[in-house]
Design a protein around this ligand. Structure first.
Ligand SMILES: NC(=O)c1ccc[n+]([C@@H]2O[C@H](COP(=O)([O-])OP(=O)(O)OC[C@H]3O[C@@H](n4cnc5c(N)ncnc54)[C@H](OP(=O)(O)O)[C@@H]3O)[C@@H](O)[C@H]2O)c1
Length: 300
């Protein structure tokens, strides 16, 4: 089959479209014929070698962890899906014609493969960090870096929970944040003053999604380090704030996103799709850090 792989750590240019043996589903897994694969920050961080201490790889290695497609192998013990079902989920080496998933949900009617491929990492992360920060209905949450994949999912899940959200993005994404139900403001100098003007009674909790060095500002706004959680700034614990990095209950979050999509209450727009042969360009765009919604690689 065709797959995107890298044989050395480095920039996007190390990615190659190659012929490799097909993977197979082990116990508790499914294999899909991939129709589309979501692009995540973790993909370029692993490829560049940034994660090699915590996540050592045997090279050559595939890339990508999110995908949507048609189940064509069901591993021992899997009972909730059958060959021929359309699913989206998370696994490994998903920038390929076939990939093995370890967690999934059935695709709801009306959801495209392109959009579904963008769900797994953002919806698992959003559900996990909202649970971990413990923000309650009626409270106000600040989300720094709200216009990308994770931020877009957090805003919509928070709205479902009855939480008021103030989100930050660049000027051009202010209308986008408003369309997801958030009160938008820009990031950069003066953030604390802008948020205080929008929330005179303070914010109850804050999530740092972009990892842009704002932990002290977020602590100033919540008044309490333990009410601040980051997914991308590993200096957060130095200030007494939390970091969250391990996937939890992914299929529960996938099913939640599918259910909300069916109700018309969830949507992750795809900013751009790339053919498999242009996977390097997709990861380059992701690493630049200004995606609105999602980037997706499509498999013909
Ligand atoms: N720890 C975990 O479990 C976990 C899970 C998923 C993702 N992550 C990490 O979390 C980060 C975000 O992921 P993502 O998928 O949401 O990324 P993404 O889709 O690439 O979105 C990044 C967003 O950050 C915004 N941004 C850029 N500079 C900013 C700044 N200085 N202040 C505030 N926002 C800024 C951009 O908005 P504008 O275009 O408007 O500038 C863009 O919408 C990545 O580093 C990713 O690797 C961690």
């Amino acid at each position: 089959m065709k797959a995107v792989q890298f044989s050395e750590y480095g920039g996007p240019e190390v990615l190659r479209l190659v012929e490799v043996d097909e993977p197979h589903a082990g116990p508790g897994e499914v294999r899909i014929a991939v129709r589309a694969a979501g692009v995540n920050g973790i993909d370029w961080k692993i490829r560049s070698g940034f994660m090699r201490q915590n996540m050592p790889l045997t090279l050559p290695a595939g890339t990508g962890r999110d995908a949507a497609g048609i189940v064509d192998e069901v591993g021992a013990g899997v009972r909730d899906v059958a060959v021929g079902d359309a699913v989206f989920g998370a696994g490994s080496a998903t920038f390929a014609e076939y990939a093995v998933l370890t967690g999934w949900a059935l695709m709801p009617v009306g959801l495209s493969f392109e959009e579904a491929a963008g769900y797994p990492v953002p919806v698992e992360t959003a559900n996990r960090i909202l649970n971990q920060i413990g923000v309650q209905p009626g409270e106000t949450l600040l989300v720094s870096g709200a216009a990308g994949g994770v931020g877009s999912a957090v805003l919509q899940f928070a709205r479902q929970r009855g939480i008021t959200v103030i989100g930050t993005a660049s000027e051009r994404n202010q209308p986008y944040l408003r369309s997801l139900g958030a009160v938008p403001t820009t990031y950069g100098p003066g953030l604390v003053e802008r948020v205080r003007a929008l929330a005179p009674n303070g914010v109850d909790a804050a999530l740092d999604i972009a990892g842009s060095g704002v932990i002290p500002d977020l602590i100033a706004l919540t008044g309490e380090p333990t009410k601040v959680l980051s997914i991308a700034d590993f200096s957060a614990p130095q200030y007494g704030a939390q970091v969250s990095s391990n996937s939890q209950n992914a299929p529960v979050a996938f099913a939640l996103a599918a259910r909300l999509f069916t109700q018309g209450a969830f949507h992750l727009p795809v900013e751009k799709t790339f053919p498999l042969a242009e996977a390097a360009e997709a990861q380059k765009r992701s690493a630049e850090g200004h995606v609105t919604g999602r980037l997706v690689v499509t498999i013909a």
